[in-house]
Design a protein around this ligand. Structure first.
Ligand code: DHB
Ligand code: FE
Length: 286
C-alpha cells in the first residue's frame, strides 16, 4: 500500500533559482534562507520518497487568464518547464506517474471535485524552485503528481475547500495498492504582495500564526475568507491555499519536525516547514 510519509512546504520565489544558478547559497543575504533546507535534505535522505504530490499555483506558464481551472491535476509521463522570464535557467523535465495521477483523478471526481485533468502540462517556478531546493545538484529522485490550485484569478477557492481537496487526495493515496512512499509538497507564500499600493507588504505576526496552526489545527484557519487573507497576508499571500491542501493530504497524526522563517527573500516572507505524518488506521485519522 502507498504510505504518506510527510510533507515539505516551501516558498517558491523565482530569485532563489537565480541564486542557485549563481551559487550564492552562502552569501549573507541568502544564507539564512538556504540553511533552512539542511534539515530537509537530511529528512529526504532518511525517508527516501518515491513520489511527490505537489500542490502549487501556476503563474501563467501553463494556464493564463483566458482559461484558468480552479483545480487541475497532471496526468502526464513527464512535465517540462520553459523560460518564464525571471532570469532563471530552464529546469530539467520531471517524470510523472500517470497511473497514480489517474487514481487520484478518479477519487477526486468521485468525491465531487470538478477538476481539470491534464495529460500535457508545463510546470513553472512554483514546482521547479522547491524541487531544486529539496534536491540540490543531483538528479531529482522522485516522480511527481502536480496539482495546480488557482491563486491568481478571483474568485479563488476557499481555505476550507482546499483543505478538503487535500483530504480527498490523502484518502485516495491511502487506498492506492502500489507500495510507494509518498511525500506531499505545498509551495508558495508566506505573506507577500508584488504589486499595487501595498507592494512589499509582509505580515510576520500572521505568518507565525499560520505556521503554528497548520500542523495541529488547520481547521482554525478556515474561518478566514479570501478577502481577509488578501488583507492579512497580501495579494499573493493567498498562495497559502497550497499549504492548506498539503496539510489536508496528511491523513495521519501530524507533527512539525522543522521550520524556518526569514524576511525577506525578494518581496516575500520566506518559510520552510517539514511535517511528519504518522500512519494511523483510516477511521482514527484527524
Ligand atoms: C515573488 C514571489 C512569488 O511567489 C512569485 O511567484 C514570484 C515572485 C517575489 O517575491 O519576487
Ligand atoms: Fe508565486
Amino acid at each position: 500500500m502507498a504510505r504518506i510519509i510527510g510533507a515539505v512546504a516551501s516558498t517558491h520565489v523565482p530569485a532563489i533559482g537565480k541564486a542557485i544558478a549563481e551559487k550564492k547559497q552562502n552569501d549573507p543575504y541568502w544564507k539564512p534562507f538556504f540553511q533552512g533546507f539542511d534539515y530537509v535534505h537530511g529528512w529526504l535522505a532518511r525517508e527516501k520518497p518515491d513520489v511527490a504530490v505537489i500542490f502549487y499555483n501556476d503563474h501563467g506558464l501553463n494556464f493564463f487568464l483566458d482559461k484558468l481551472p480552479t483545480f487541475a491535476v497532471g496526468a502526464a509521463d513527464e512535465y517540462g518547464n520553459e523560460d518564464e522570464g525571471w532570469g532563471i535557467p530552464v529546469a530539467r523535465a520531471v517524470p510523472g506517474d500517470p497511473q497514480l495521477s489517474w487514481h487520484l483523478i478518479n477519487a477526486l471526481v468521485a468525491d465531487d471535485f470538478d477538476i481539470t485533468m491534464c495529460q500535457q502540462m508545463l510546470i513553472d517556478h512554483a514546482v521547479t524552485i522547491p524541487m531544486a531546493l529539496m534536491w540540490p545538484g543531483e538528479a531529482w529522485p522522485v516522480k511527481i503528481v502536480p496539482v495546480s490550485i488557482n491563486t491568481v484569478q478571483h474568485p479563488l477557492p476557499s481555505l476550507a475547500r482546499c483543505l478538503s481537496l487535500g483530504r480527498s487526495i490523502g484518502r485516495a493515496l491511502q487506498s492506492y495498492p502500489r507500495d510507494l512512499r509518498v511525500m506531499i509538497v505545498g509551495t508558495g507564500g508566506l505573506s507577500h504582495q508584488l504589486d499595487g499600493t501595498r507592494a512589499g507588504f509582509i505580515n510576520k505576526d500572521f505568518d507565525q500564526l499560520c505556521m503554528s496552526k497548520i500542523a495541529d489545527d488547520p481547521q482554525a484557519l478556515t474561518g478566514y475568507s479570501i478577502h481577509d487573507w488578501v488583507e492579512l497576508a497580501g495579494a499573493q499571500g493567498v498562495e497559502f491555499l497550497n499549504w492548506m491542501a498539503m496539510r489536508g493530504a496528511l491523513t495521519g497524526r501530524v507533527k512539525e519536525l522543522h521550520r524556518n522563517y526569514h524576511i525577506p527573500i525578494s518581496n516575500t516572507a520566506a518559510a520552510t516547514l517539514v511535517l511528519e505524518n504518522e500512519d494511523v488506521p483510516a477511521q482514527m485519522a484527524a
